[in-house]
Design a protein around this ligand. Structure first.
Ligand code: ATP
Ligand code: MG
Length: 230
């Protein structure tokens, strides 16, 4: 039986100056699910992702991710929690002085992975994202879409149980955006739960997966095989 890997109960997030970004959000995501979070600019998508990775704390409510109670987690435990998740940010956050392979390897080095294991995993994940042979390039020698693939490879190289991505395909042409989605679908088929926040209507409609719609910080729609309706 699949279990709930994301469990949110009555989450609210109020930033300073009384900006309520999320209000009474409850959400369950089952293991191996693929979920798109959609909503207008400012509806709270990025805030939700920040709460899911422990980068922000909720003002109220309960968050349990893969068994970790993020409202009560000790800061020394956060690195252990982070091993179980992978995150792709909109701006990739690639290290410009390191090659593609070094960028990916670095994610494993910080987790204390043995060198032999790193040598094995990096080519495997490069092939998964369609970048075999480009490991020795530097990020500025790649297209935007290729840099995105590196960011996915880096987020997935430790084979997390949950992969989160914020506006992954924002700046890409439709055809490249769908290729990126196909990588996420492959990763999902391998058993990783995937949650993306996106504005990309055609992608969401083509995915035919669960769609959760946020409006002004609350969930207004949650459909199993949803369409993008805002
Ligand atoms: N660090 C912050 N401090 C104060 N307010 C914030 C902060 N981050 C976000 N907000 C506010 O919280 C609300 C939700 O923002 P959020 O970034 O989560 O929206 P979003 O759905 O990701 O928008 P977009 O589609 O533009 O990325 C907005 O009103 C935003 O201005
Ligand atoms: Mg955002």
């Amino acid at each position: 039986m699949p279990e709930s890997i994301i469990r949110l109960r009555d989450i609210s997030k109020v930033y300073e100056e009384d900006i309520a970004a999320l209000c009474d959000v409850s959400l369950d995501v089952m293991e191996k699910d693929f979920v798109s979070i959609v909503g207008r600019s400012g509806s709270g998508k990025t805030t939700l992702i920040k709460l899911l990775i422990g980068e922000e704390k909720p003002t109220a409510g309960e968050i349990v991710i893969n068994g970790w109670d993020l409202c009560n987690i000790k800061s020394r435990k956060i690195p252990y929690f982070r091993r179980e998740i992978g995150v792709v940010f909109q701006d990739f956050k690639l290290l410009q002085q390191k090659t593609v392979a070094e960028n990916i390897a670095f994610a494993l080095i910080v987790l204390g992975t043995p060198r032999q294991e790193i040598h094995k995993r990096v080519p495997g994940v490069l092939s998964l994202v369609g970048l075999s042979g480009k490991g020795t390039r530097f990020p500025n020698e790649l297209s935007g879409g290729e840099q995105q693939r590196v960011a996915i490879a880096r987020a997935f190289v430790h084979e997390p149980k949950l992969l989160l991505a914020d506006e992954l395909t924002g700046d890409l042409d439709a055809i490249y955006a769908w290729e990126i989605m196909e990588i996420l679908l492959k990763i999902n088929k391998m058993g990783t739960t995937v949650l993306i926040a996106t504005h990309d209507k055609s992608i969401v409609n083509r995915l035919q997966k669960r769609v959760v719609t946020l409006e002004d910080g609350t969930i207004i729609r949650d459909h199993k095989k949803g369409r993008y309706v805002i």
